[in-house]
Design a protein around this ligand. Structure first.
Ligand SMILES: [Fe+2]
Length: 248
């Protein structure tokens, strides 16, 4: 299993606070059956702008530390890019890492805006024109989705993939996100789950969350796609065939 959204690199963002915290997260991930984690530290213009090379060195250092401590989970570079102008050039100019240096790029929107960012489609189109596939992080958490998760359908139809957070189904981010994720699962609007772990808490609630997801989806093939096949395709830079929401 692959965790494609995780803030496990220490001293980088609001995730793991030190090496011990990263080791604790890695150990728990391994026990849960994760083989790979894509490190998706925040990249926020004018706020968290980690140096590209230094960040990737830190991912490698953490890989070594894991090996020394018997943690078999393999770490890969990536970023969670806070929505901004010209994302495509941030990727091309190697300011940020796509997911495991593939054509998949993880983008997050501001949480509390009540509309989609005005230039969202322009930015995503520019990425797509350059051969990248945008993945929107935790759509269920955004305020603008309170209008109804159906407002995300045009995004999916334009080729944006949706990555939900495991914690949302357990209510970690409140009733709003929990309600949205349930609806998204019913409408078949989730292409991946990530943990978005900043510490061990989501891993600790993982089994409970998985049970809840399975109760809603009830389709083993789809579960396998969301939790295993699609993240593996991201890691391998393979094409993912998009499925469209049921309400369409
Ligand atoms: Fe995140």
């Amino acid at each position: 299993m692959i965790d494609m959204h995780c803030h496990i690199v220490p001293f980088t963002d609001d995730g793991a606070v030190d090496n011990d915290a990263s080791l604790e997260m890695g150990k728990l991930a391994m026990e849960l059956g994760y083989t790979d984690i894509i490190c998706t530290s925040h990249y926020i213009i004018h706020d968290i702008e980690n140096d590209y090379s230094e960040y990737r060195d830190n991912v490698e250092k953490l890989n070594k530390l894991f090996e020394e401590n018997g943690i078999t989970v393999k770490l890969h570079p990536g970023n969670e890019i806070f929505f901004t102008n010209d994302i495509v050039n941030l990727v091309k100019d190697k300011k940020v890492s796509s997911l495991n240096d593939t054509k998949y790029v993880l983008v997050e929107f501001p949480l509390f805006n009540n509309t989609l960012p005005m230039n969202a489609y322009d930015e995503f189109n520019a990425l797509q024109d350059a051969g990248y596939t945008p993945i929107l992080a935790h759509p269920e958490r955004y305020d603008f989705v309170s209008k109804g998760v159906e407002c995300l359908i045009p995004l999916v139809e334009s080729g944006v993939l949706l990555q939900a957070n495991m914690g949302s189904i357990n209510g970690k981010y409140g009733k709003h996100a929990q309600k949205n994720i349930k609806k998204m699962l019913k409408l078949n609007m989730v292409h991946f789950f990530g943990t978005d772990s900043h510490n061990t808490s989501v891993y600790e609630m993982q089994e409970k969350a998985l049970k809840k997801v399975k109760k809603i989806i009830k389709d083993d093939e789809l579960i396998e796609k969301i939790f295993v096949e699609n993240p593996q395709k991201v890691l391998n830079n393979e094409k993912i065939s998009i499925w469209y929401p049921k309400s369409k």
